[in-house]
Write a protein that binds this ligand. Sequence first.
Ligand code: KG4
Ligand code: ZN
Length: 345
Amino acid sequence: MATILAIESSCDETAASVCRDGRILSNIIATQKVHAQYGGVVPELASRAHMQNIVPVVDTALKEANCSLPEIDAVAFTQAPGLIGALLVGTEFAKSLALSLDKPLIAVHHMQAHVLANLIEQPAPAFPFLCLTVSGGHTQIVLCRSGNDMEILGQTIDDAAGEAFDKTAKLLGLPYPGGPLVDKYAREGKAIYHFPEPRIQGYDFSFSGLKTSILYFLQNAGAANIYKEEFLADEATKKQFIETHLNDICASVQDRIISILLNKLKKAANDTGIKDICIAGGVSANSGLRNGLKTLGEKEGWNTFIPKFEYCTDNAAMIAITAYHKYLDKKFETMEVIPGARGDW
Ligand code: KG4
Ligand code: ZN
């Protein structure tokens, strides 16, 4: 029997989870509210908030799992990628705990954990499966051969899908993080505006051109030719255009983001012949993407998997399940391990 305590502190969520033999017993998250007023995560404030939250969050995770510290067989933590000061808090906490308990230490890659979040619930995808990971910082298509063998087939060359949502929201005057709001308004609108699809080879993505075309489109208050910088509308006209057409603008942008994502996923599935297809990351909460994947999956004969919302956004249960696979393969770290902001695969 293996009981693992896992800690996640890569960005603005302080999280801890206990899992026993791959079954999640607790999943506690303290979301840092302090960043909302700044329109984005402030790294220094994130580190401080992790320092304040980590002890009570771990304590609650243990209590909820009805587990005492001596019952823990290994301590896991997010090593990379993320904000370095934020990662340091979780890393040093995990190291100290593992040292004091004299138990193995397991380092987890945050993006691999997003992929393996699909293994938390049943039915789970069978290996090999494909995962489209879409978050605020990453957009990747990952081929997952086993819990310890993953390959990135394609990824964004500029903005992430979540950034595309958040930057669109900002252009529309919506608060951060705007992705969920774009989703909400899109549900009431129709995709009547056309935004161009980037021509990128292979399985890679690009979203920066879309952002520019949205900017011009709004600057021109929806004038027919959205690629030109001319016909600049005055601020009042622009504002009024957004107010009157918000739902349709959101629906059109969302539709394009989703088609960019799903077209590449379809290509990867066709080329590899893999039928078990998953999504992961915060953007997989998007209702249009969830419906789009389901519809495409039915058409293509795929088995599709979407984790529960609490396992899609940053959480420690996904760190715990990933650590469990590492535990089985005895992939342990020494006390010299340090966090990595970039986190190469
Ligand atoms: O994975 P995540 O929680 O954090 C990291 O970036 O690691 O993802 C956050 C991103 C944000 O960009 C947020 O706007 C986006 O996920 N997001 C959504 C929705 N819910 C969250 N984007 C579109 N529609 C949503 N419903
Ligand atoms: Zn994440």
